[in-house]
Design a protein around this ligand. Structure first.
Ligand code: TRP
Length: 373
């Protein structure tokens, strides 16, 4: 019998190839670790708790879907307890006013329900409704140095693309807030894209330092693992990374005609014969990959079927594959959209559950820190 499975702290589950590394972007180590974790999840889903989430800044798109959303549903359906945070405070990192916030939050809940997040098994909640979660940020901030915050490559990138004239304190510190998102419910598994790895590294450092300083020999917090999805990055219809703000994305909510129009306008290249070659032909290959993900087939096979029929045939194939794949998701979305009272109830009940968990964790933290009066 494998005794490592007896461990209660995810830290002790398996040796961590990236442990002690100064470089948070040890992507290949994270991939190797993800493969081991997949096996452990299959063996015993009950020992894992997932926390993941999104900023409510607009509708979710296919890049999100095949990047992380699909993975979340899979874990939920395998029996892993799941928390999904709608990170409304995080929206304020790079904009002054969170316009349309209520609408965006509801759109996100709709997207979640449509793709199969089941509120009976998964807790959907928002930052702003869970005070005890936010309070954890204070002791956590005391555990990280300004130099560490300054080094975070994802934050640096966001500052470079920020729409604000000055960088706010929240921009620098939101990775620590994100550590509170993950640790308030003692999640030990975080399915994310690669850009989130530096934040996970901070979360692991916060957990370890809290335990060292206040744990009295035990562990208050697990050290959560990132679970990277194996799906490669999808490009937007202009060949750049698919993103909400670039307007190059196919959203889950788009209808079949809009999807057809977007794919018709997609960038390809001047070579007629269709081949799958991500390095030399990124745009054509990303379209093949998208069709492949929708049809659960190898992109090479789709390429060989199209061959000399060229880009127009490729786009027809991709359009059909995407629209067929998304049809049931879109149908469910339309149905849920008609019941706003239900959406609000899902959120209210999720917030209640998250509050109960956060209150219990905060009580534990205050006891550990000798501040329970
Ligand atoms: N930073 C994530 C994003 O931009 C959203 C997020 C907030 C998150 N809190 C989280 C993701 C906790 C994983 C875990 O998409």
């Amino acid at each position: 019998m494998d005794t490592t499975l007896q461990a209660t702290d995810s830290e002790a589950l398996i040796p961590d190839p990236a442990a002690g590394s100064a470089d948070p972007l040890k992507t290949s180590a994270a991939h190797a670790r993800s493969a081991v974790l997949e096996e452990l999840i299959r063996q015993d889903p009950g020992r894992f708790r997932v926390l993941t989430g999104d900023r409510p800044t607009g509708r979710l798109h296919l890049g999100h879907y095949f990047g992380t959303l699909h993975n979340r549903i899979r874990l939920q359906d395998l029996g892993v307890e799941t928390y999904v945070i709608i990170a409304d405070y995080q929206v304020l990192t790079d904009r002054d006013i969170a316009d349309n916030l209520t609408e965006y939050v509801e759109e996100l809940v709709l997207d979640y329900l449509a793709i199969g997040v089941d509120p009976a098994r998964s807790t959907i909640f928002t930052h702003s409704a869970v005070p005890a979660l936010n309070q954890l940020m204070l002791p956590f901030l005391s555990l990280v140095s300004v130099a560490e915050l300054n080094r975070n490559p994802t934050v640096k990138d966001e500052i470079a693309h920020s729409r604000q004239s000055a960088v706010s304190g929240l921009m620098f510190t939101y990775p620590v807030h994100q550590a509170a998102d993950i640790l308030f419910c003692k999640a030990n598994l975080v399915p994310v894209g690669q850009d989130q790895l530096p934040h996970l590294e901070i979360t692991r450092a916060v957990a370890r330092r809290f335990n060292d300083r206040y744990g009295h020999g035990g562990a208050v917090f697990p050290r959560p693992d990132a679970l990277l999805s194996s799906a490669p990055l999808l490009l937007g219809m202009d060949g750049a990374k698919m993103s909400k703000s670039r307007g190059n994305a196919i959203t889950l909510a788009a209808d079949a005609d809009e999807t057809a129009r977007l794919i018709k306008g997609a960038k390809t290249d001047s070579e007629r014969f269709i081949t799958y070659d991500p390095a030399a032909r990124p745009e054509v290959s990303s379209l093949l990959l998208l069709a492949g993900l929708c049809q659960d087939r190898a992109p090479e096979q789709i390429a060989s079927e199209i061959g000399s029929a060229g880009a127009a045939a490729l786009k027809r194939t991709v359009t059909e594959a995407v629209n067929e794949y998304l049809a049931p998701i879109r149908a469910r979305r339309t149905e849920y959209a008609q019941d706003r009272a239900y959406l609000r109830r899902v959120l209210r009940e999720g917030n209640e559950r998250a509050n109960a968990v956060a209150d219990a964790t905060l009580a534990e933290v205050r006891t550990a820190m000798n501040s329970h009066y």
